[in-house]
Design a binder for this molecule. Structure first.
Ligand SMILES: NCc1[nH]cc(CCC(=O)O)c1CC(=O)O
Length: 319
């Protein structure tokens, strides 16, 4: 392709790192690329995400794509609203980074070693609810800001620990600060955490084909499909207290042959309205399905969560 492909990105260190890997893969495939920084309201405001709303980091990139000032948008998949965007297509889902959450605590401490009363900072209702549900007596405090700002609150002594996505820390080269990679049994990540969504215009066939053939990963796409179908079914938006993690696993078919299946675990808070003093119960459900049933699996595990009582999710911070 002879045209220069303009790749839009947020200007944060994390977004630039993510976009850099996609740009490098496209250049490797012989394309000419240009990186265009797009400022988003999510970068300019320091209000809680739950207040400014879903899509705050991604809508400016989508507008630039629709207006043809860029040709490709690279998003953190978990920041994208679940509703499809007319005129745009997620052409590729690159191989996923580590989906787990990570603890960055003072003095090298783990969750089990932090004493009751420890102040743990997170801006995410999902992490907040799961931290409280551990029953370890933590004081969970809302914070915002980029990854560096959050980590500084631990160095400064304002917090005993913060919880962040391991993928983000890895991408900006700060994995050294992690004191515990949190087991998904204790805390399920956000649906699609650690994955990227690479989007283009639906009628830009050359770019769509290039993205699909160079940076798409089928296993990641299946996992993310199941996780996001679960989230969409719970219909509560991307900062909801909902965790989900899918894995493609080896299994045996009825004749005893090895086949791949998709397994999904999900969790949602029962009746958590974001009040930091409230006690929280996390509901859990899981399932396994054929690989071509990822979407259905997501809906089924969500339905099970709804049956268990996840339907009462509706407080001011619950979206
Ligand atoms: N909510 C912001 C956000 N969006 C994507 C990541 C990290 C990378 C990822 O999950 O893909 C982060 C930071 C975090 O949650 O710590």
């Amino acid at each position: 392709m002879s045209r220069t492909i303009r790749i839009g990105t947020r200007a944060s260190k994390l977004a630039l790192a993510q976009t850099g890997t996609i740009a490098a893969a496209l250049e490797q495939a012989g394309a000419t690329v240009e990186i265009v920084e797009v400022s988003t309201p999510g970068d300019r405001s320091s209000a809680p995400i739950a207040q400014i709303g879903v899509g705050v980091f991604t809508s400016a990139l989508r507008e630039a794509l629709a207006a043809k000032t860029i040709d490709v948008a690279v998003h953190s998949y978990k920041d994208l609203p679940t509703a499809p965007e007319p005129g745009l297509v997620i052409a590729a889902v690159p191989p996923r980074a580590d989906p787990r959450d990570a603890l960055v605590a003072r003095d090298g401490l783990t969750l089990g070693e932090l004493p009751p009363g420890s102040r743990i900072g997170t801006g995410s209702p999902r992490r907040m609810a799961q931290l409280r549900a551990l029953g370890l007596g933590f004081e969970v405090v809302a914070i915002r800001g980029n990854i560096d700002t959050r980590m500084r609150k631990v160095t400064d002594g304002e917090f005993d620990a913060v919880v962040l996505a391991k993928a983000g820390l890895d991408r900006i080269g700060r994995a050294d600060a992690i004191t515990e990679t949190i087991d998904p049994i204790q805390m399920l990540p956000a649906p699609a955490q650690g994955a990227l969504a690479v989007e283009c215009r639906v009628d830009d066939f050359d770019v769509e084909h290039l993205l699909r053939s160079t940076v798409d990963d089928e296993t990641t796409r299946l996992a993310v499909t199941a996780e996001r179908a679960l989230l969409a079914t719970l219909e509560v938006g991307c900062s909801a207290p909902v965790g989900a993690l899918a894995d493609v696993v080896e299994d045996l078919d009825t004749a005893g042959a090895v086949i791949e299946r998709i397994s999904l675990r999900g969790t949602a808070a029962a009746g958590f309205d974001g009040d930091p003093g409230e006690s929280v119960e996390m509901l859990r459900a899981s399932g396994v399905a054929e690989k071509d049933q990822a979407e259905k699996l997501g809906r089924e595990v969500a339905a099970e969560l709804l049956d268990l009582g996840a339907g009462v999710l509706s407080g001011p911070d619950a979206r």
